[in-house]
Design a protein. Sequence first.
Length: 293
Amino acid sequence: MNDNTFEKSRLTLLGLGVMGTALARAWLAAGHPLTVWNRTAGRADPLAAEGAMVAGTAAEAVAASDLVVICLLDDASVGEALADADLTGKDLVNLTTGTPAQARARAEWAEKRGARLLDGGIMAVPPMIGAPGSGGYVFYSGSRALFDAHHDTLAVPAGTTYVGEDPGFAALHDVALLSAMTGMFAGISHAFALVRKEDVALKDFAPLLVGWLTAMAPYAYGITGHLESGDYTEGVVSNLAMMVEGNATLLRTAEEQGVSAELLTPFTALMERRLADGHGDEDTTGVIDLLTR
């Protein structure tokens, strides 16, 4: 263990899945005294060999530190793990993936139990944790004072991005970015489906695809301007009428290639609805209005 252990903040980590274990190793490598707990106790053995203190119960683990980081399966697991713990005066950092509403409810729950809670959304995969320059970071929301108090410790495994006092904002940002990623994965899957049966070298196609998506990503800035101004026609290069007409070629090509268009049609159908409502001179920003209930 690091010789400077005595200078580093003590903390507890609940949950030793792949992500939790990566977090634990990052704090241990940085010399932080760490107490760990996991429902399946055997997962703690390798970390014990690396210097972690292993608690027999979640309540014992919570009692060992003022700062308690939680990285469990889901929100229900958090409630179950902490049911018998004395949370009075504890600072909880919940890195368990959940919804904004769950984060807000959990913050109220923690306050009633005498604790403060900071919610987090991890924007990284385990190999990025504790790896300088990996680009991984964690969204945090809730008490700014709590975030500031533990910033140096929280910054050890990954970068930190504070997004507001509302406890639900970290989860909201997390899920919004993951949703965009999911849509991108859908587009990539459709693109490969179109070309895979042809005499196309996939290793040559992949960089073309990545380059094109990278070039198109700044489109998000234009949408931002439209939503802020309310004028969805400002600076439009390819208008909705043109894009809907072009969509017919996308769908026909899929049919010719023997590829299902089911990853495309939800979005193209929304574009057609917006066009039918008389917004052909806009870009696709108006689709957001159709999505918002």
